[in-house]
Design a protein around this ligand. Structure first.
Ligand SMILES: [Zn+2]
Length: 201
């Protein structure tokens, strides 16, 4: 009859030490949880970036705001926590079907807010840092805040009531997962658009 190799602990001892380890871990876990809760949670309270009166669509954990403005289509991108998302490198298309019979295939490209357009500034590292004025992120120790860029396609939509239009938006190269999305925003009542009075002029 074979005996246990003395180099290894007896199974019972091994199991007992495992249980002791688990017990200690279980005892420590609540304390660790409390410590984590007490620590400042940088991005737990993400600020919601102000919207622009466009149609908000949630797609695969990301949020998109699509606006039909007199000078064209704008799409703002947000992370799932509603913090502004970086659109550098993103592009896309938007297919518009208008009530006047026009069907437009437009190309969306990233751009900065034009002069006169209200802009939003944010820290890509700290979702709680979202403001209307340029500045620096104090949490980062002085990093210059990003401007919230958006995707734009020029088109003459001056006589288009958004709620009479149908749109299909396709975006690629997003700084998120998935990097490619397709969605059809639903436009509500005609937007009283005062956000971009001078844009495109
Ligand atoms: Zn920061």
């Amino acid at each position: 009859m074979k005996t246990f190799c003395p180099r290894y602990p007896a199974p019972t001892r091994l199991i007992r030490s495992l249980f002791v380890g688990l017990f200690i871990a279980a005892a420590l876990a609540p304390a660790a949880g409390l410590a984590a809760a007490a620590a400042p949670a940088n991005d737990a309270a993400a600020k919601t970036a102000p919207l622009h009166g466009g149609a908000v669509t949630k797609v695969s954990g990301q949020v998109f705001e699509t606006q039909l403005a007199p000078d064209g289509v704008r799409v703002w991108c947000y992370a799932g926590n509603a913090a502004p998302a970086n659109v550098e490198g993103a592009q896309g298309t938007v297919k518009l079907t208008l009530a006047d019979g026009r069907s437009l295939d437009l190309k969306l490209a990233a751009r900065k807010p034009a002069a006169g357009e209200p802009a939003i500034y944010y820290c890509p590292m700290h979702a709680a840092v979202v403001q209307r004025e340029p500045g620096q992120c104090k949490t980062c120790g002085g990093m210059k805040l990003y401007t919230q860029d958006y995707l734009f396609a020029a088109a003459d939509l001056a006589k288009v009531a958004p709620n009479t239009a149908k749109a299909q938006v396709h975006l690629t190269g997003l700084d998120a997962s998935p990097a490619e999305v397709t969605f059809a925003p639903t436009f509500a009542a005609p937007a009283a658009d005062t956000a971009h009075p001078k844009a495109g002029s």
